[in-house]
Design a protein around this ligand. Structure first.
Ligand code: GLU
Length: 276
């Protein structure tokens, strides 16, 4: 009898394990993210932690700060009510899509441009920030625009997984591109003269220039980089809700207040043009 119970117990355990495993396999593709978040009263956002003005870890407090962090907080409250919580998971340009696809995060709000190529993998909300790609150089550098980098002698620094490194291949095809794993490392590489310029979106570069007064943003915007919030495919309810929340924060003035808070005093950045 004891033996029978052992066999039954083992069978039940095995069935539960298999169920859990198959549940995990299905979970990312099949689960309704909005329903789960409404129940748990929290949204897990993938955000930058190395990008001043958008998402940066304050090393004194350990907290993340930036326009996207505040926007995610405001949108979470719209969707889940005043007690709704944000869980922030730091991502880089290279890790954000894999983390979303694996179900580690519910949504990406991390300076991510809406591109047709990415739309094959993920779905985007409408754009919440209109950036454009530019260059950061040491003050006094002979590099004044992207054309000046179009030479095999020139090294452009960027971050892997970013759209910016792909754009260099189009706009300065002769330049060599050195890809770092995040923007903190790319800035360190620029400072140690491993490249002639660092390229990414203007807003991100203004954040770096503010911290590093010996460096300046040059060359204007040579691309259009509309940022969208990315969610997994087949999560139309969640994406629609995010679009609705975005509209709500635009309508009630929160969006413009956050724009002023983060970009109002950024030299060279015309935040008035970005108002909604
Ligand atoms: N917006 C560009 C992109 O989505 C560059 C910024 C980033 O690396 O996140 O790739």
């Amino acid at each position: 009898m004891k033996k029978l119970w052992h066999i039954l117990g083992f069978g039940a355990l095995l069935a539960m394990t298999l169920l859990t495993l198959s549940g995990c396999g299905q979970s990312v593709a099949k689960q309704d993210v909005l329903a789960r978040d409404e129940q748990s009263k929290q949204i897990t956002w993938g955000v930058k932690s190395d990008t001043r003005l958008f998402g940066l870890e304050n090393i004194r407090t350990g907290k993340l700060e930036g326009f996207e962090i505040d926007l995610a907080r405001a949108m979470t409250k719209k969707i889940l009510g005043p007690n709704g919580k944000c869980v922030f998971v730091p991502v880089t340009s290279g890790t954000r899509v894999p983390l979303l696809k694996n179900g580690n995060i519910d949504a990406i709000m991390a300076t991510m441009t809406i591109t047709p190529e990415r739309q094959k993998q993920v779905d985007f909300t409408h754009s919440y920030f209109d950036a454009g790609q530019s260059l950061l150089v040491k003050k006094g550098s002979p590099i004044k625009n992207i054309g000046d980098l179009n030479h095999p002698d020139k090294i452009v620094l960027g971050v892997s997984g970013s759209n910016s490194v792909k754009n260099v291949a189009k706009d300065a095809p002769k330049a060599r591109v050195l890809q770092l794993s995040d923007y903190a490392q790319a800035m360190t590489a620029l400072k140690s003269k491993q490249g002639d310029a660092l390229t990414t979106d203007n807003g991100i570069l203004y954040g770096m220039a503010a911290e590093n007064p010996g460096y300046e943003v040059v060359g204007g915007n040579f691309t259009k980089e509309p940022y969208g919030i990315a969610v997994n495919k087949n999560q139309a309810r969640f994406r629609n809700k995010l679009n609705w929340a975005l509209q709500e924060v635009e309508k009630d003035g929160t969006y413009n207040r956050l724009l002023l808070k983060w970009f109002g005093n950024v030299k060279g950045f015309n935040y008035q043009e970005m108002k909604r």
